[in-house]
Design a protein around this ligand. Structure first.
Ligand code: ADP
Length: 267
């Protein structure tokens, strides 16, 4: 464990942690390192990250561009492999997982939202949301019902037959959120989800993330925007590949404590 990022008390011990923890943390990482080669020279994007995220937390990872935030998120979602370090998701060590096993894990348990939505451009909104449900084993009827419920909740009724290109950025990101949530993932990873949105779209998406968090969704959000990060109840500051601060925000911004209200106040 690095000294500048001491493990949190809950879940920070061996695999499961101490007091609270018959239930393992959703995410536990020890000593994650990831380098890329740039012009043949290795450059460390993530330099030894220890992290523990408990169920129901809304964690923002913030810091300047190039700090390594997206690389960390990619490691946590199995989109990239660490050079060293260990990673447990829901108490299971996933370091040795094959691509295929990661794909199954993501399909069932990890929703991911990206800055540029990554929707399938030639499929309708409805198909974009139903597809991951079908791939995870839902019947067509279940997939249709889940899609209808989510699109209604996300204010997208009437857009089912549109294609992504016919929607605003904020609407596309809400479709991406529906797609990420359709299989009720244990963990939602969001990589700069407001990075290409205007202030209205940003507010909408953050309000929805807060709503799902209040219902118990565990969220890890990467953002360079401190204002967006302040919607979370815990903020990790990332700099030069390391966590340099780990702050739990006040009661007013905690789960069930009016995160959406705070956003409203901030305008
Ligand atoms: P952030 O998300 O904080 O902006 P990134 O994780 O995207 O930071 O990048 C961290 C560092 O790793 C940067 O120097 C970036 O150029 C480098 N990097 C990220 N992804 C790659 C890649 N696929 N190939 C080479 N270098 C990369």
């Amino acid at each position: 464990m690095s000294r500048d990022n001491p493990p949190r008390a809950a879940g920070g011990g061996k695999t499961g942690g101490s007091s609270a923890a018959e239930v393992p943390p959703i995410v536990k990482a020890e000593g994650l390192v990831k380098s890329y080669r740039s012009d043949g020279v290795p450059a460390e994007a993530v330099r030894g990250v220890d992290l523990c995220v408990e169920r129901g937390e809304f964690v923002a990872v913030t810091g300047p561009s190039g700090a390594g935030k997206s690389t960390l998120l990619h490691l946590l979602g199995g989109l990239d492999k660490p050079d060293s370090g260990k990673l447990w998701l829901g108490g299971r060590e996933v370091g040795g997982y094959s691509e295929a096993r990661w794909a199954v894990l993501r399909r069932r348990s990890i929703g991911i939202v990206f800055q540029f939505f990554n929707l399938v451009s030639n499929l309708t909104v409805a198909d974009n949301v139903e597809l991951p449900a079908l791939l995870a084993g839902s019947t067509p009827r279940q997939a249709r019902e889940s899609r209808a419920e989510l699109l209604a909740e996300l204010g997208l009724e009437g857009k089912e037959m549109s294609t992504p290109g016919e929607l605003s950025g904020g609407e596309q990101q809400r479709v991406a959120l529906a797609r990420a949530l359709v299989n009720h993932p244990s963990l939602l990873l969001a990589d700069e989800p407001t990075g290409s949105l205007d202030s209205k779209g940003t507010k909408e998406v953050m309000r929805l993330l807060s709503r799902y968090h209040q219902r118990g969704q565990t969220i890890l959000l990467v953002t360079h925007d401190a204002r967006v990060a302040s919607s979370a109840d815990r903020v990790l500051s990332f700099f030069d590949g390391r966590i340099v601060d780990d702050a739990t925000l006040g009661a007013g911004t905690r789960r069930g404590g009016g995160v959406a209200d705070v956003l409203e106040l901030k305008g």
